[in-house]
Design a protein around this ligand. Structure first.
Ligand SMILES: C[S@@+](CC[C@H](N)C(=O)[O-])C[C@H]1O[C@@H](n2cnc3c(N)ncnc32)[C@H](O)[C@@H]1O
Length: 214
């Protein structure tokens, strides 16, 4: 992932935002030491943003599509009230094993429930609604995740969609690959969908914040 925000600006923003918890820090450092594609993890600044959104929405039920090693899931769990729950979807057993190790180390870990398997299949099994849905898995399914998320979203809920700037690749025409094309299509679709309003926030790799129109 190419950096869109200069490193010094990102560091300044981090320093002046809520701090990363010790367990998130330890998990981030182990992920960076031991896992391929560690840059997939949202990191301290976006993690703080996710926590703030969870609290602003007053969420008690969070759905995450794409857990990786559990960093963002832990951020949600830390921000949720005692009776709050995070359901997080993942297909990769190796990253889930590391996530379980850290989730077991912290009292907030009891709020997290991991669902292994393709996220679209998992989403089909839900009936209840979610206050916050975080989409952060395979980009070619982003539009499918968005459509299903709208069905599952509570009336005042928020959908957050990560990497919608895709290192700036979204500016390219024609799109250089399938993932870029899928993200472009998602951004276009959300911007033109009268059922929702959205703002594309330029934190890290871009986060699309979506709520129902009213
Ligand atoms: C960008 S990472 C998630 C990062 C995580 N949200 C964080 O910040 O710590 C995307 C994850 O989605 C998972 N994934 C990819 N396709 C998936 C699918 N169809 N269903 C569930 N998970 C999937 C990948 O294995 C990967 O761990």
């Amino acid at each position: 992932m190419e950096r869109l925000v200069p490193a010094e600006i990102e560091a300044y923003a981090e320093t002046h935002s809520m701090p990363e918890s010790p367990v998130c820090r330890a998990l981030r450092e182990e992920t960076q030491r031991t896992m391929d594609y560690a840059q997939m993890l949202v990191g301290p600044l976006e993690g703080a943003f996710l926590k703030m959104m969870t609290q602003l929405v007053g969420a008690t039920r969070v759905l995450e599509i794409g857990m990786f090693t559990g960093y963002s899931a832990l951020c949600f769990a830390e921000a949720l009230p005692e009776d709050g729950r995070v359901i997080t979807c993942e297909i990769n057993e190796q990253s889930a094993a590391l996530a379980r190790h850290y989730i077991a180390q912290t009292p907030v870990g009891k709020k997290i429930s991991i669902r292994m398997g393709p996220a679209l299949d998992t989403m089909r099994t839900f009936t209840g609604s979610f206050d916050l849905i975080f989409i952060d898995a395979d980009k070619t399914n982003y539009l499918n995740y968005f459509r299903r998320s709208l069905d599952l979203l509570a009336p005042n809920g928020v959908i957050l969609i990560d990497n919608v700037l895709w290192s700036g690749e979204v500016l390219k025409q024609p799109p250089p690959d399938e993932s870029t094309a899928a993200i472009q299509e998602l951004n276009r679709t959300v911007a033109n969908d009268p059922r929702v309003t959205a703002v594309l926030v330029t934190i890290r790799d871009g986060i699309l914040v979506v709520r129902r129109a009213r």
